[in-house]
Write a protein that binds this ligand. Structure first.
Ligand code: AMP
Length: 217
């Protein structure tokens, strides 16, 4: 049986969002991207968005209590009952501890943590060329996979733009934050027997195949 409660873990630019969308469609799971939810709040100007903006623009992590509260709300929605993919959460020990506690209350523990790996030059090249759709979140790359309609999204005709935190100043800080705050979590999940390492340097299709087999799907 395939795992249905999954964490996608790894540095910015490794392809978590791309794989999450494919796994969501293939396995019929809810997709919870804390970055997407925060960007949506930013766009609509909610109090959460206003508070998160400064951190996100600077490439820093948003405070734990804000992110934990939004994940708690999201997990309570009925589409999570049949399983979910957490994309970009947890990113700190505090988040991981709180997540375990929330899921223990529901009796639905995490079943697998896919940890994607890529070297830093690859991450920087991917992030700096990344463009995303403002409306549907579809991801493109100026060199490796541009939208066939230029600055217009192929899927929904939305505007394709560069995230402000994908600019070089913020990227360096995001990579630093990953190494100091998030990467140590790998050991936690390795110790609990949940960690499955996936090579993120190969094609998106090859990463997807490796992910599916790591999940037993
Ligand atoms: P992402 O789209 O996952 O790269 O996230 C974009 C930005 O949102 C990050 O650089 C952080 O500022 C913020 N963010 C997303 N997820 C988290 C999280 N789990 N903890 C703290 N900040 C987060």
């Amino acid at each position: 049986m395939s795992a249905t409660r999954i964490i996608l873990f790894g540095p910015p630019g490794v392809g978590k969002g791309t794989q999450a969308a494919r796994l969501r469609d293939a396995l019929k799971l809810a997709h919870i991207s804390t970055g997407d939810i925060l960007r949506e709040n930013l766009k609509t100007g909610t109090p959460l968005g206003v508070e998160a903006k400064g951190y996100m623009d600077a490439g820093k992590l948003v405070p734990d209590e804000l992110v934990i509260a939004l994940v708690r709300d999201r997990l309570a929605k009925p589409d999570c009952d049949d399983g979910f993919i957490l994309d970009g959460f947890p990113r700190t020990f505090e988040q991981a501890e709180k997540l375990d506690a929330m899921l223990a209350e529901r009796g639905t523990p995490i079943q697998a943590v896919l940890s994607f790996r890529a070297d830093e030059p690859t991450l920087v090249a991917r992030i700096s060329g990344r463009r995303v759709c403002r409306s549907c979140g579809a991801s493109y790359h100026v060199e490796f996979g541009p939208s066939k309609k230029g600055d217009i999204c192929e899927k929904c005709d939305g505007e394709v733009y560069q995230r402000s935190d994908d600019r070089p100043e913020a990227v360096a800080e995001r990579l630093r934050q990953y190494v100091s705050m998030s990467k140590p979590l790998e050991e936690r999940y390795r110790a609990s027997g949940l960690l499955r390492e996936v090579d993120g340097m190969v094609s998106p299709e090859a990463v997807y195949q490796a992910s599916m087999s790591a999940l037993g799907a």
